[in-house]
Design a protein around this ligand. Sequence first.
Ligand SMILES: *[C@@H]1O[C@H](CO)[C@@H](O)[C@H](O)[C@H]1NC(C)=O
Ligand SMILES: *[C@@H]1O[C@H](CO)[C@@H](O)[C@H](O)[C@H]1NC(C)=O
Ligand SMILES: *[C@@H]1O[C@H](CO)[C@@H](O)[C@H](O)[C@H]1NC(C)=O
Length: 458
Amino acid sequence: MASIALKLFFFLGLFVCDTWAQYTPDWDSLDKRPLPAWYDESKLGIFIHWGVFSVPSFSSEWFWWDWQGAKLPGVQQFMQDNYRPDFTYADFASMFTAEFYNSDEWANIFNSSGARYIVFVSKHHEGYTNWPSKYSFNWNSMDVGPKRDIVGELAQSIRSKTNIHFGLYHSMFEWFHPLYLNDKSNNFSTQDFVNQKTLPELYEIVNNYKPDVVWSDGDWEAMDDYWKSKDFLAWLYNNSPVKDTVVVNDRWGKNVGCVHGGFYTCGDRFNPGHLVAHKWENAMTIDKYSWGYRRNAKLVDYLTMEELIDTFVKTVSCGGNMLMNVGPRHDGTIDPIYQERLKAMGDWMAVNGDGIYGTRPWKYQNDTINPDVWYTMKQGDSGTLVYAILLNWPTGDMVRLGAPMTTVSTVVTMLGFPEKFSYISTGTAGMIINLSPINPNINPSKYAWVFQLEGLAN
Ligand SMILES: *[C@@H]1O[C@H](CO)[C@@H](O)[C@H](O)[C@H]1NC(C)=O
Ligand SMILES: *[C@@H]1O[C@H](CO)[C@@H](O)[C@H](O)[C@H]1NC(C)=O
Ligand SMILES: *[C@@H]1O[C@H](CO)[C@@H](O)[C@H](O)[C@H]1NC(C)=O
């Protein structure tokens, strides 16, 4: 009897779990899905914008639109000065040669940054697919240009050479696709483009490449109902090959951003400077002006390491991840300025990663009196560890904090540094840390310093 009862119990248990895990195509249900933990723990991702726009590598990845949609004078002049009069955007595709594209090398470069995931542009608003799509005849990386499965090669290298999660960006709309323009002229009451293009492509990339991130974009002209996003997400969460690991963003219709979906991106370069209760991501660029590569970018157009770390620390303190973008060149090389920023980021993370990976926001995001200090925390073996991240080295030998309440057992250390720091407590809250152990010859970091505070009052 006992064994039958036990079996029945397990059977019912499985049944209940299984039913509970079924998501229905509405936001009430979809929004209940817990975000797989790997995503929040990762904190840093690399975004990669590569496509036919990397051939002109001028203006931005919006080149086609800038030229023939917005008709920006600078872009029209560039075409007039450098290309024959009947040159079309499609003519750029055969010049997307990718002769130096080596996905193993890319895997090493991305891994050197300390990032735990990448998001690769599978298709941008131009419609060219970086994989041999059945739904993009003669406008994909196998038929014209590289003659290779760009997405497949990268997925393979990332998975075999690193522990990085592989993710894909996908644009729902295409600027000039006739089916899209027709649906749009019908005020989106027809869905030919979605049925023949957007959805088949999304199913194709998920089934073929099993991305752990589906980063949707180009949704902003139409509602989620037009895009059939809720149906796609219900399939993704219930039945897809990545149902247990995949995370998605919030760009699934003009009524969705910052309200529904997985992590919120809200706008580009979203960095609110205060705690956001829902998991979010700051998708930003190293080149301040473009996601795609620009041949004429100047050194000052690239964020400095100080600026990158500043943005990253504030993002993580407030509950966000940072998705840092690089734009490879048309030939498959990654400009050394990008390589240098990625490597420097990884060097900083190698010393300071304990205060970043797997952390959560503390009760304070920034210090109450010191504008240079931002916080994270995690549960250590011997209690709560609070990390106070100092973005600028002070002039004196002291750093003053307003938020932490010390106890008799408070211990102050710095990541990457062997000695303890002495401090004095200042009234009910606050402390002054003595920085004298650090000197120009022994300094674990260049851009930001992470104090670990152990044994604070709660
Ligand atoms: C990837 O980077 C990590 C440091 O974040 C390092 O420990 C690991 O060896 C790297 N893997 C490869 C294959 O380079
Ligand atoms: C277009 O459709 C939306 C709903 O999807 C509706 O609110 C709007 O009034 C329509 N506009 C026109 C011009 O029909
Ligand atoms: C930092 O914290 C204080 C409160 O202690 C707050 O007034 C301030 O707006 C916060 N944000 C920034 C960006 O300094």
